[in-house]
Design a protein around this ligand. Sequence first.
Ligand code: BTN
Length: 223
Amino acid sequence: MKLVVHRLGAIDSTQDEARRLLRRGEAEVGHVVLADEQESGRGRFGRTWISPRGGLYATFVLPGIGLASLRVGVATVRALAEVGLDAKLKWPNDLLVGERKLAGILIEREGDRLLAGLGVNLRDAPLSTAISAAALGITIDRDDLAASIWAVLRQAESEAETLKAYRARCATLGRRVRVVQGEGDAVKGVAIDVDEEGRLLVEAAGRTITVSSGPCEHLDEQG
Ligand code: BTN
């Protein structure tokens, strides 16, 4: 299936545009919305995604697949590796280079479709905790990157294969972490695995705690 690209200039959010197109029957699985910049780009947990010109702001329309958030993360890491950029995943799906954030992923639902939103800092890193491909000396064409992510995503892969590929690229495993669950309940411990539902297993005070969502922070050894 060839990727159908909706290219836009400045818009509110590619997530919102993809949703509008889907509702009007103008987008389907295999379509991606790309914007030059976003005025109301959003991240996980209601955060703002600062979206200046020069970055990749994309929403892929996907079928309701299992482990979608991990799959999109792995596909992005693989596509970046093809152009020589070695990124790792912080659970569940932030792309890091060292400890700095290169890209983020936001999965939302629209009926039985998934809106897989991806922001990659190609030219600028809008925050001090972020990094861009340009700062690493790598120039990446936005449209080429979207196409190679799609090429990876459309390959049939079992959940077991996704999980294996994810674990191999996950920088969180083996690290001390702090994860906030639900209403601000924080867990500190060592991330030991990701289970078959994509949840993070954290060993804390001799117990294994299963975390299904929530912001995850990598701590140093003393943290
Ligand atoms: C995160 O790290 O919190 C996820 C960031 C996701 C940002 C992308 S940019 C394209 C798409 N449109 C949005 O408004 N958000 C996602």
